[in-house]
Design a protein around this ligand. Structure first.
Ligand code: FAD
Length: 371
Protein backbone atom coordinates (compact mmCIF):
# COMPACT_ATOMS: atom_id res chain seq x y z
CA UNK A 1 0.00 0.00 0.00
CA UNK A 2 1.08 3.54 -0.75
CA UNK A 3 1.18 6.17 1.96
CA UNK A 4 -2.06 6.11 3.99
CA UNK A 5 -3.91 9.27 3.11
CA UNK A 6 -6.80 11.04 4.77
CA UNK A 7 -9.65 11.36 2.34
CA UNK A 8 -12.78 13.47 2.68
CA UNK A 9 -15.76 12.60 0.48
CA UNK A 10 -18.53 15.19 0.20
CA UNK A 11 -21.83 13.46 -0.57
CA UNK A 12 -23.05 9.91 -0.06
CA UNK A 13 -24.74 9.12 -3.35
CA UNK A 14 -23.38 6.43 -5.67
CA UNK A 15 -20.12 8.14 -6.63
CA UNK A 16 -19.31 9.10 -3.05
CA UNK A 17 -20.13 5.70 -1.54
CA UNK A 18 -18.23 3.77 -4.21
CA UNK A 19 -15.08 5.92 -4.12
CA UNK A 20 -15.07 5.96 -0.30
CA UNK A 21 -15.46 2.17 -0.04
CA UNK A 22 -12.72 1.42 -2.56
CA UNK A 23 -10.30 3.79 -0.85
CA UNK A 24 -11.07 2.42 2.60
CA UNK A 25 -10.58 -1.14 1.28
CA UNK A 26 -7.11 -0.19 0.11
CA UNK A 27 -6.22 1.11 3.57
CA UNK A 28 -6.86 4.84 3.37
CA UNK A 29 -8.56 6.74 6.16
CA UNK A 30 -11.87 7.89 4.70
CA UNK A 31 -14.59 10.16 6.09
CA UNK A 32 -17.76 10.54 4.05
CA UNK A 33 -20.07 13.46 4.77
CA UNK A 34 -23.73 13.08 3.81
CA UNK A 35 -26.10 15.87 4.72
CA UNK A 36 -29.17 13.59 4.90
CA UNK A 37 -29.95 10.46 6.97
CA UNK A 38 -30.21 7.09 5.20
CA UNK A 39 -32.42 5.69 3.85
CA UNK A 40 -34.04 8.41 1.77
CA UNK A 41 -35.72 8.87 -1.59
CA UNK A 42 -34.17 10.80 -4.47
CA UNK A 43 -35.47 11.98 -7.80
CA UNK A 44 -34.07 9.34 -10.15
CA UNK A 45 -35.49 6.93 -12.72
CA UNK A 46 -33.77 4.03 -10.90
CA UNK A 47 -32.97 2.16 -14.12
CA UNK A 48 -29.33 1.18 -13.92
CA UNK A 49 -27.31 0.05 -16.91
CA UNK A 50 -25.77 -3.43 -16.81
CA UNK A 51 -22.34 -1.95 -17.53
CA UNK A 52 -21.87 -1.80 -13.72
CA UNK A 53 -22.75 -5.42 -12.93
CA UNK A 54 -19.25 -6.93 -13.17
CA UNK A 55 -17.83 -4.16 -11.05
CA UNK A 56 -20.54 -4.40 -8.37
CA UNK A 57 -20.17 -8.19 -8.20
CA UNK A 58 -16.38 -8.07 -8.10
CA UNK A 59 -16.37 -5.62 -5.22
CA UNK A 60 -19.21 -7.27 -3.31
CA UNK A 61 -21.48 -4.25 -3.85
CA UNK A 62 -24.32 -5.98 -5.74
CA UNK A 63 -27.39 -6.36 -3.48
CA UNK A 64 -28.11 -10.01 -4.33
CA UNK A 65 -30.63 -10.28 -1.48
CA UNK A 66 -32.94 -7.90 -3.39
CA UNK A 67 -35.03 -9.14 -6.29
CA UNK A 68 -33.98 -6.63 -8.95
CA UNK A 69 -36.04 -6.86 -12.17
CA UNK A 70 -34.00 -7.39 -15.32
CA UNK A 71 -34.83 -4.89 -18.03
CA UNK A 72 -34.27 -5.89 -21.66
CA UNK A 73 -36.43 -3.70 -23.89
CA UNK A 74 -36.84 0.01 -24.51
CA UNK A 75 -40.24 1.49 -25.33
CA UNK A 76 -40.70 4.96 -26.73
CA UNK A 77 -43.90 6.91 -27.24
CA UNK A 78 -44.34 10.30 -28.88
CA UNK A 79 -46.48 13.03 -27.33
CA UNK A 80 -49.63 11.46 -28.86
CA UNK A 81 -48.88 8.03 -27.45
CA UNK A 82 -47.68 6.32 -30.63
CA UNK A 83 -45.23 3.73 -29.43
CA UNK A 84 -42.44 1.47 -30.60
CA UNK A 85 -40.05 -0.96 -28.90
CA UNK A 86 -36.38 -1.79 -29.29
CA UNK A 87 -34.28 -4.57 -27.78
CA UNK A 88 -31.55 -3.12 -25.58
CA UNK A 89 -28.02 -4.33 -26.33
CA UNK A 90 -26.79 -4.30 -22.78
CA UNK A 91 -29.98 -3.76 -20.78
CA UNK A 92 -30.14 -3.01 -17.11
CA UNK A 93 -31.99 -3.56 -13.88
CA UNK A 94 -34.27 -1.56 -11.63
CA UNK A 95 -33.67 -0.73 -7.98
CA UNK A 96 -34.81 2.19 -5.86
CA UNK A 97 -32.20 4.59 -4.56
CA UNK A 98 -33.88 4.22 -1.14
CA UNK A 99 -32.66 0.62 -1.09
CA UNK A 100 -29.48 0.81 -3.17
CA UNK A 101 -27.85 3.81 -1.47
CA UNK A 102 -28.67 2.46 1.99
CA UNK A 103 -27.14 -0.89 1.07
CA UNK A 104 -24.00 0.75 -0.31
CA UNK A 105 -23.73 2.95 2.78
CA UNK A 106 -23.75 -0.17 4.98
CA UNK A 107 -21.11 -1.73 2.72
CA UNK A 108 -19.02 1.45 3.03
CA UNK A 109 -19.12 1.16 6.83
CA UNK A 110 -18.11 -2.51 6.55
CA UNK A 111 -15.16 -1.43 4.40
CA UNK A 112 -14.06 0.94 7.16
CA UNK A 113 -15.43 4.26 5.92
CA UNK A 114 -16.44 6.72 8.63
CA UNK A 115 -19.89 7.63 7.30
CA UNK A 116 -21.19 10.81 8.90
CA UNK A 117 -24.91 11.34 8.36
CA UNK A 118 -26.60 14.70 8.84
CA UNK A 119 -23.17 16.16 8.05
CA UNK A 120 -23.61 19.14 5.76
CA UNK A 121 -20.30 20.43 4.39
CA UNK A 122 -20.55 24.21 4.13
CA UNK A 123 -16.94 25.15 3.42
CA UNK A 124 -14.03 23.49 1.69
CA UNK A 125 -10.67 25.20 1.26
CA UNK A 126 -7.42 23.99 -0.14
CA UNK A 127 -4.53 25.30 1.94
CA UNK A 128 -1.63 25.32 -0.54
CA UNK A 129 0.96 26.05 2.15
CA UNK A 130 -0.03 23.00 4.19
CA UNK A 131 -0.90 21.03 1.04
CA UNK A 132 -4.19 19.91 2.54
CA UNK A 133 -7.90 20.59 2.62
CA UNK A 134 -9.93 22.06 5.41
CA UNK A 135 -13.62 21.22 5.56
CA UNK A 136 -16.25 22.79 7.74
CA UNK A 137 -19.68 21.37 8.53
CA UNK A 138 -22.90 23.24 9.30
CA UNK A 139 -22.47 22.05 12.91
CA UNK A 140 -19.18 23.97 13.08
CA UNK A 141 -17.09 20.77 13.17
CA UNK A 142 -13.86 20.95 11.14
CA UNK A 143 -11.94 18.25 9.33
CA UNK A 144 -8.67 18.07 7.46
CA UNK A 145 -7.95 15.85 4.49
CA UNK A 146 -5.12 15.18 2.03
CA UNK A 147 -7.59 14.64 -0.82
CA UNK A 148 -11.23 15.57 -1.23
CA UNK A 149 -13.69 13.94 -3.62
CA UNK A 150 -16.60 16.23 -4.51
CA UNK A 151 -19.45 13.74 -4.89
CA UNK A 152 -22.17 16.19 -3.93
CA UNK A 153 -24.42 15.66 -6.93
CA UNK A 154 -25.77 17.95 -9.59
CA UNK A 155 -26.01 21.11 -7.48
CA UNK A 156 -24.95 21.97 -3.97
CA UNK A 157 -24.02 24.94 -1.83
CA UNK A 158 -20.48 23.69 -2.21
CA UNK A 159 -20.63 24.69 -5.89
CA UNK A 160 -21.41 28.25 -4.78
CA UNK A 161 -18.54 28.18 -2.29
CA UNK A 162 -16.27 27.05 -5.13
CA UNK A 163 -17.74 29.71 -7.40
CA UNK A 164 -18.32 27.23 -10.23
CA UNK A 165 -19.49 28.78 -13.48
CA UNK A 166 -22.59 26.60 -14.07
CA UNK A 167 -24.20 27.66 -10.79
CA UNK A 168 -24.98 31.11 -12.19
CA UNK A 169 -27.24 29.63 -14.89
CA UNK A 170 -30.90 28.86 -14.17
CA UNK A 171 -32.33 25.63 -15.49
CA UNK A 172 -35.75 25.31 -17.16
CA UNK A 173 -36.29 21.77 -15.84
CA UNK A 174 -37.94 20.11 -12.87
CA UNK A 175 -37.74 16.44 -11.91
CA UNK A 176 -40.62 14.51 -10.30
CA UNK A 177 -40.62 10.93 -9.04
CA UNK A 178 -43.23 8.46 -7.79
CA UNK A 179 -43.26 4.79 -6.88
CA UNK A 180 -46.34 3.04 -8.18
CA UNK A 181 -47.95 -0.36 -8.50
CA UNK A 182 -48.98 -0.86 -12.09
CA UNK A 183 -49.94 -3.53 -14.54
CA UNK A 184 -46.94 -3.09 -16.87
CA UNK A 185 -44.22 -5.26 -18.36
CA UNK A 186 -41.31 -5.37 -15.88
CA UNK A 187 -38.82 -6.15 -18.67
CA UNK A 188 -39.42 -2.77 -20.34
CA UNK A 189 -37.99 0.66 -19.62
CA UNK A 190 -40.34 3.16 -21.23
CA UNK A 191 -39.84 6.81 -22.15
CA UNK A 192 -43.13 8.55 -22.82
CA UNK A 193 -42.97 12.03 -24.28
CA UNK A 194 -45.18 14.94 -23.45
CA UNK A 195 -45.04 18.58 -24.49
CA UNK A 196 -42.09 20.03 -22.55
CA UNK A 197 -40.55 16.81 -21.24
CA UNK A 198 -40.49 13.03 -20.98
CA UNK A 199 -41.42 10.43 -18.41
CA UNK A 200 -39.56 7.20 -17.67
CA UNK A 201 -41.34 4.14 -16.29
CA UNK A 202 -39.61 0.92 -15.23
CA UNK A 203 -39.83 -1.84 -12.67
CA UNK A 204 -37.88 -1.73 -9.40
CA UNK A 205 -37.81 -4.15 -6.42
CA UNK A 206 -40.93 -5.61 -4.72
CA UNK A 207 -43.05 -5.56 -7.90
CA UNK A 208 -43.10 -1.78 -7.80
CA UNK A 209 -42.48 0.62 -10.66
CA UNK A 210 -40.67 3.92 -10.76
CA UNK A 211 -42.36 6.75 -12.62
CA UNK A 212 -40.06 9.72 -13.01
CA UNK A 213 -40.24 12.65 -15.36
CA UNK A 214 -38.27 15.64 -16.47
CA UNK A 215 -40.71 18.49 -16.90
CA UNK A 216 -40.80 22.22 -17.35
CA UNK A 217 -40.44 24.72 -14.52
CA UNK A 218 -42.42 27.21 -16.60
CA UNK A 219 -45.36 24.80 -17.00
CA UNK A 220 -45.42 24.14 -13.27
CA UNK A 221 -45.44 27.89 -12.60
CA UNK A 222 -48.28 28.31 -15.10
CA UNK A 223 -50.51 25.55 -13.71
CA UNK A 224 -49.64 26.16 -10.07
CA UNK A 225 -49.61 22.53 -8.87
CA UNK A 226 -47.93 19.31 -9.95
CA UNK A 227 -51.31 17.52 -10.18
CA UNK A 228 -52.84 20.13 -12.46
CA UNK A 229 -49.76 20.23 -14.68
CA UNK A 230 -49.81 16.43 -14.99
CA UNK A 231 -53.49 16.41 -15.92
CA UNK A 232 -53.20 19.22 -18.44
CA UNK A 233 -49.86 18.31 -20.01
CA UNK A 234 -48.66 14.78 -19.31
CA UNK A 235 -52.08 13.18 -19.74
CA UNK A 236 -52.26 14.39 -23.34
CA UNK A 237 -50.14 11.33 -24.00
CA UNK A 238 -52.84 8.62 -23.60
CA UNK A 239 -50.29 6.07 -22.39
CA UNK A 240 -49.32 8.36 -19.54
CA UNK A 241 -52.95 9.11 -18.76
CA UNK A 242 -53.62 5.40 -18.52
CA UNK A 243 -50.65 4.84 -16.17
CA UNK A 244 -51.57 7.81 -13.98
CA UNK A 245 -55.23 6.88 -13.69
CA UNK A 246 -54.88 3.10 -13.34
CA UNK A 247 -51.91 2.82 -10.96
CA UNK A 248 -51.65 2.86 -7.21
CA UNK A 249 -49.35 5.67 -6.02
CA UNK A 250 -47.23 4.52 -3.11
CA UNK A 251 -45.38 7.58 -1.77
CA UNK A 252 -47.21 10.13 0.39
CA UNK A 253 -46.15 12.81 -2.05
CA UNK A 254 -43.90 12.98 -5.10
CA UNK A 255 -40.20 13.71 -4.76
CA UNK A 256 -39.58 16.97 -6.62
CA UNK A 257 -36.42 18.85 -7.54
CA UNK A 258 -35.64 21.85 -9.69
CA UNK A 259 -32.48 23.39 -11.11
CA UNK A 260 -31.43 20.33 -13.11
CA UNK A 261 -28.52 21.63 -15.06
CA UNK A 262 -26.85 19.83 -17.99
CA UNK A 263 -24.08 22.40 -18.48
CA UNK A 264 -20.57 21.05 -18.82
CA UNK A 265 -18.40 21.18 -15.69
CA UNK A 266 -14.78 20.43 -14.86
CA UNK A 267 -13.83 17.09 -13.34
CA UNK A 268 -11.16 18.75 -11.19
CA UNK A 269 -11.81 22.09 -9.49
CA UNK A 270 -9.82 23.80 -6.75
CA UNK A 271 -7.98 20.46 -6.43
CA UNK A 272 -11.19 18.55 -5.62
CA UNK A 273 -11.79 15.44 -7.75
CA UNK A 274 -15.40 15.84 -8.88
CA UNK A 275 -17.17 12.48 -9.27
CA UNK A 276 -20.65 11.75 -10.60
CA UNK A 277 -23.10 14.56 -11.31
CA UNK A 278 -20.79 17.14 -9.72
CA UNK A 279 -18.60 16.67 -12.82
CA UNK A 280 -21.52 16.69 -15.27
CA UNK A 281 -25.06 15.34 -15.36
CA UNK A 282 -26.02 13.26 -18.39
CA UNK A 283 -29.54 13.87 -19.65
CA UNK A 284 -31.82 11.36 -17.87
CA UNK A 285 -33.21 9.91 -21.11
CA UNK A 286 -29.88 8.07 -21.47
CA UNK A 287 -30.52 6.13 -18.24
CA UNK A 288 -26.81 6.20 -17.60
CA UNK A 289 -26.14 8.71 -14.80
CA UNK A 290 -26.04 6.08 -12.05
CA UNK A 291 -23.60 3.88 -13.97
CA UNK A 292 -21.44 6.92 -14.70
CA UNK A 293 -21.47 7.96 -11.04
CA UNK A 294 -20.34 4.48 -9.98
CA UNK A 295 -17.66 4.41 -12.66
CA UNK A 296 -16.44 7.92 -11.76
CA UNK A 297 -16.23 6.88 -8.11
CA UNK A 298 -13.98 4.03 -9.18
CA UNK A 299 -11.79 6.32 -11.31
CA UNK A 300 -11.41 8.87 -8.49
CA UNK A 301 -10.37 6.10 -6.09
CA UNK A 302 -7.91 4.66 -8.61
CA UNK A 303 -6.32 8.06 -9.20
CA UNK A 304 -5.66 8.47 -5.47
CA UNK A 305 -4.56 4.84 -5.17
CA UNK A 306 -1.90 5.54 -7.81
CA UNK A 307 0.07 7.10 -4.94
CA UNK A 308 1.29 9.93 -7.14
CA UNK A 309 1.76 13.57 -6.27
CA UNK A 310 -1.28 15.84 -6.20
CA UNK A 311 -0.60 17.01 -9.75
CA UNK A 312 -0.24 13.43 -10.99
CA UNK A 313 -3.43 12.29 -9.24
CA UNK A 314 -5.38 15.18 -10.75
CA UNK A 315 -3.96 14.49 -14.21
CA UNK A 316 -4.74 10.79 -14.06
CA UNK A 317 -8.30 11.49 -12.98
CA UNK A 318 -8.90 14.22 -15.53
CA UNK A 319 -7.56 12.12 -18.41
CA UNK A 320 -9.54 9.03 -17.49
CA UNK A 321 -12.68 11.03 -16.82
CA UNK A 322 -12.46 12.73 -20.23
CA UNK A 323 -11.88 9.39 -21.94
CA UNK A 324 -14.89 7.75 -20.30
CA UNK A 325 -17.49 10.48 -20.09
CA UNK A 326 -16.95 13.64 -22.12
CA UNK A 327 -18.38 12.29 -25.38
CA UNK A 328 -21.30 10.55 -23.66
CA UNK A 329 -22.37 13.79 -22.04
CA UNK A 330 -22.26 15.55 -25.41
CA UNK A 331 -24.30 12.85 -27.19
CA UNK A 332 -26.80 12.92 -24.32
CA UNK A 333 -27.26 16.68 -24.66
CA UNK A 334 -27.75 16.28 -28.39
CA UNK A 335 -30.21 13.36 -28.02
CA UNK A 336 -32.30 15.41 -25.58
CA UNK A 337 -33.31 17.54 -28.57
CA UNK A 338 -35.26 14.54 -29.91
CA UNK A 339 -37.55 14.62 -26.88
CA UNK A 340 -40.11 16.88 -25.29
CA UNK A 341 -42.06 18.32 -28.21
CA UNK A 342 -44.59 16.82 -30.59
CA UNK A 343 -42.43 17.45 -33.64
CA UNK A 344 -39.15 16.15 -32.24
CA UNK A 345 -40.79 13.16 -30.55
CA UNK A 346 -42.48 12.20 -33.85
CA UNK A 347 -39.10 12.42 -35.53
CA UNK A 348 -37.54 10.25 -32.79
CA UNK A 349 -40.42 7.77 -33.14
CA UNK A 350 -39.69 7.35 -36.87
CA UNK A 351 -35.97 7.01 -36.19
CA UNK A 352 -36.55 4.23 -33.65
CA UNK A 353 -39.26 2.54 -35.68
CA UNK A 354 -37.67 2.67 -39.13
CA UNK A 355 -33.92 2.73 -38.34
CA UNK A 356 -33.44 0.63 -35.22
CA UNK A 357 -29.79 0.15 -36.20
CA UNK A 358 -29.15 3.91 -36.04
CA UNK A 359 -31.12 4.21 -32.82
CA UNK A 360 -29.04 1.40 -31.27
CA UNK A 361 -25.93 3.32 -32.27
CA UNK A 362 -27.13 6.47 -30.51
CA UNK A 363 -27.97 4.48 -27.38
CA UNK A 364 -24.54 2.83 -27.52
CA UNK A 365 -22.85 6.22 -27.71
CA UNK A 366 -24.52 7.35 -24.49
CA UNK A 367 -23.37 4.20 -22.67
CA UNK A 368 -20.01 2.84 -21.66
CA UNK A 369 -18.75 -0.72 -21.71
CA UNK A 370 -18.73 -3.03 -18.69
CA UNK A 371 -15.78 -2.22 -16.43
C1 FAD B 1 -35.25 13.20 -13.46
C2 FAD B 1 -34.01 12.33 -13.42
C3 FAD B 1 -34.11 10.97 -13.74
C4 FAD B 1 -32.97 10.18 -13.73
N1 FAD B 1 -33.08 8.86 -14.06
C5 FAD B 1 -31.99 8.08 -14.10
C6 FAD B 1 -32.07 6.68 -14.44
O1 FAD B 1 -33.15 6.12 -14.63
N2 FAD B 1 -30.92 5.97 -14.52
C7 FAD B 1 -29.70 6.53 -14.27
O2 FAD B 1 -28.69 5.82 -14.39
N3 FAD B 1 -29.58 7.81 -13.92
C8 FAD B 1 -30.68 8.60 -13.80
N4 FAD B 1 -30.57 9.91 -13.42
C9 FAD B 1 -29.26 10.42 -13.05
C10 FAD B 1 -28.80 9.92 -11.67
O3 FAD B 1 -29.83 10.12 -10.72
C11 FAD B 1 -27.55 10.66 -11.23
O4 FAD B 1 -26.64 10.71 -12.30
C12 FAD B 1 -26.88 9.98 -10.03
O5 FAD B 1 -27.74 10.00 -8.92
C13 FAD B 1 -25.59 10.70 -9.66
O6 FAD B 1 -25.05 10.20 -8.47
P1 FAD B 1 -24.07 11.10 -7.61
O7 FAD B 1 -23.43 10.18 -6.63
O8 FAD B 1 -23.20 11.91 -8.49
O9 FAD B 1 -24.99 12.17 -6.89
P2 FAD B 1 -26.25 12.01 -5.94
O10 FAD B 1 -26.82 10.65 -6.03
O11 FAD B 1 -27.12 13.17 -6.22
O12 FAD B 1 -25.63 12.17 -4.48
C14 FAD B 1 -25.11 13.38 -4.00
C15 FAD B 1 -25.21 13.37 -2.48
O13 FAD B 1 -24.50 14.50 -1.95
C16 FAD B 1 -25.20 15.00 -0.83
N5 FAD B 1 -24.74 16.38 -0.65
C17 FAD B 1 -24.88 17.43 -1.49
N6 FAD B 1 -24.27 18.52 -1.00
C18 FAD B 1 -23.72 18.13 0.18
C19 FAD B 1 -22.95 18.84 1.16
N7 FAD B 1 -22.63 20.13 0.98
N8 FAD B 1 -22.56 18.17 2.27
C20 FAD B 1 -22.88 16.85 2.42
N9 FAD B 1 -23.61 16.15 1.54
C21 FAD B 1 -24.02 16.78 0.42
C22 FAD B 1 -26.67 14.87 -1.25
O14 FAD B 1 -27.53 14.86 -0.14
C23 FAD B 1 -26.65 13.54 -1.99
O15 FAD B 1 -26.95 12.45 -1.13
C24 FAD B 1 -31.70 10.74 -13.40
C25 FAD B 1 -31.61 12.08 -13.05
C26 FAD B 1 -32.74 12.88 -13.05
C27 FAD B 1 -32.62 14.33 -12.69
Amino acid sequence: MQKRRRIGVIGGGLSGLVSASLLAKSGHEVSLFEKKQYPFHRVCGEYISNEVIHFLNREGFYPHQIDTPKIENFEFSDTLGKRTQLKLDLGGFGISRFVLDHWLMEKARECGVEVLEGAHVTEVNFNAKEDQFELELASGARYQADFVIGAHGKRSKIDKVLNRAFIQKRSPYIGVKYHIRANLDPKVVALHNFEGGYCGVNAIEDQKFNLCYLGSREQLRYFGTIEKMEEKILWKNPLLKSIFTKSEFLLDRPEVINEINFESKNPVENHLLMAGDSAGLITPLCGNGMAMAIHAGKLAAQAIQSGGSRTEVEQIYQTNWNMQFRQRLMVGRWAQKLFGSSFSSRFAFHLLDKSPFLAQKIIKNTHGTPF
